[in-house]
Design a protein around this ligand. Structure first.
Ligand SMILES: *Cc1c(COP(=O)(O)O)cnc(C)c1O
Length: 410
């Protein structure tokens, strides 16, 4: 499924067709007809912008213009006023956009969400954490806490991929974790404390692909962390975390433990301290901050988070309704309320070679609709973040139908 061809074109997100050997080389097994080699989708049918990746995701042209317009701030010290001002404006913009309560901190640091998993493991869990696992990302955070020698045995509530576990109370846990949007399976989980959760149990919500596209109730999340390369259409490498007073208190309490060594790079109190000054522990990507600042400004200008969430909801509805009505497709997530508004995972039936389909799309400049590698090979995963335009979603679906119509004729 993963070929050199795919890797090559993935590094150059060009919208121009790059007809390659891919489609023709694939001869599917029994019951599947071969795809016509070098199938070229008519220009009029194709999306204007073919980026449908679940992260990195489409970056709008206006963001790139903002980047070149930002001129001489690139290549200057992150300890001086201009970059510190940029960091502060991103944090203030997030406060406005996400409607973060006054009482909450917002911190940032380097290393992306995966680094934050280790920060949380080392610095937020006292003894035991309960994880809701329903896909690869929620699983990976659980892997991080499982391997920590200083933590007690974790509690795992898991669900079959495509569904989600119950939001269960566990008296022994001092922290709960789940993913707001499980990007690998396209399952959403509401931000809600388990019924009966006590004051000294904190909730740690992976908002990586939900932030900026799903409205979040911060009274229910003590920690809400995310990265810039999903709904914020920026680049990877940073993490952001919204922290309730209970979470800040927990971070300090854990940092004071004599039985815990926290590597300085993973220190949450240090990150909070730096963030208050518009700084990061070590050098951040200024490019990512500029792209993100422009995206936040764009969302706020257009109507804020509710507007952005509405964009994603509308686009994802297009995909799910199309799949529901399609003779060969159906939404992977069977319960409509559990379906993601931003990462639409679609099951492709056995009469169609899904990887070959994705490859024909790729050779036509329609990129990154392959499924998450460990979930299933017979799927498409289409991201509908707020930056993705409705017309492009419609054109993508038309393009898929056109390919299938040609397929049946060969
Ligand atoms: C992409 C993603 C991550 C990983 O983010 P990085 O910034 O690449 O570490 C974690 N959780 C979810 C839900 C994601 O979609």
């Amino acid at each position: 499924m993963r070929s050199g061809h795919e890797t090559d074109s993935a590094t150059v997100p060009t919208l121009a067709p790059t007809p390659g050997p891919g489609a023709g080389a694939l001869v599917p097994g029994t019951g599947r007809e071969p795809l016509a080699p070098g199938l070229v989708i008519p220009e009029a049918l194709k999306p204007r912008d073919g980026r449908f990746g679940s992260g990195p995701s489409k970056i709008r042209d206006a963001q790139l213009a903002a980047l070149s317009g930002a001129g001489r701030i690139l290549g200057t010290s992150h300890r001086q006023a201009p970059v510190k001002g940029l960091v502060r404006s991103v944090l203030a913009g997030l406060r406005e956009l996400l409607e973060i309560p006054e009482t909450h901190e917002i911190a940032l640091g380097n290393g992306g969400a995966a680094a934050f998993w280790d920060i949380a493991t080392a610095g937020l869990v006292q003894h035991r954490i309960a994880h809701q696992v329903c896909g690869e990302f929620s699983h990976r955070f659980a892997e991080s806490t499982r391997s920590a020698p200083f933590l007690g045995t974790q509690i795992i509530d898991s669900a079959e991929y495509g569904s989600r576990p119950a939001n269960a109370f566990h008296a022994e846990a001092d922290a709960y974790a789940w993913a707001q949007n499980e990007t690998s399976t396209g399952v959403v989980t509401p931000t809600r404390r388990p019924a009966g959760a006590t004051q000294d149990q904190i909730t740690i919500v992976d908002g990586v692909s939900g932030a900026g596209a799903i409205v979040t109730d911060f009274s229910q999340a003590d920690v809400y962390y995310f990265s810039p390369q999903k709904a914020f259409s920026s680049e990877g490498g940073l993490w952001f975390a919204v922290l309730s007073p209970a979470a800040v208190e927990r971070a300090h309490r854990v940092a004071e433990r004599r039985d815990r060594w926290i590597p300085p790079f993973l220190s949450l109190p240090a990150a909070i301290e730096n963030s208050r000054k518009g700084q990061t522990y070590n050098t951040p990507s200024i490019t990512s901050l500029i792209l993100m600042a422009d995206q936040i400004e764009w969302m706020c200008r257009n109507g804020g988070l509710r507007w952005a969430a509405g964009q994603a909801a509308y686009s994802s509805d297009l995909v799910y309704s199309w799949a529901e009505a399609h003779p060969h497709m159906k939404p992977f997530v069977r319960t409509p309320e559990h379906r993601s508004p931003v990462t639409c995972v679609i099951d492709v039936d056995e009469t169609i070679d899904a990887p070959a389909l994705a490859q024909v799309l790729r050779s036509n400049g329609i990129l990154d609709v392959e499924p998450y590698r460990t979930v299933s090979s017979s799927q498409l995963r289409i991201a509908t973040f707020p930056s993705v335009e409705f017309d492009d979603v419609r054109s993508l679906l038309d393009s898929i139908d056109w390919i299938l119509s040609q397929w049946n004729r060969t």
